[in-house]
Unconditional design. Structure first.
Length: 75
């Protein structure tokens, strides 16, 4: 009797573990797609930055630079 119960439990556990494995495969596929999209977005952003500033040097700017604000006539 206990053996039969054990076999039933193992049988249903097999279905559950297969379902969890399928979910893991789906998650992995979604992660691969998300990574590819993120890499494409980063490449587009890099290209946009290079197009905006072809020298590749973005300067030495800083926030709330009083001297730069005065020089540009903003203060």
């Amino acid at each position: 009797m206990m053996r039969q119960i054990s076999e039933y439990v193992q049988f249903f556990w097999m279905f559950e573990s297969h379902a969890q494995q399928r979910l893991a495969w789906e998650d992995a596929a979604e992660a691969r797609i998300a990574r590819i999209k993120a890499e494409e977005a980063a490449a587009l952003q890099l290209q946009a930055m290079l197009d905006a500033n072809p020298s590749g040097s973005l300067g030495h700017s800083k926030l709330n630079d009083i001297e730069a604000l005065k020089k540009e006539g903003l203060l």
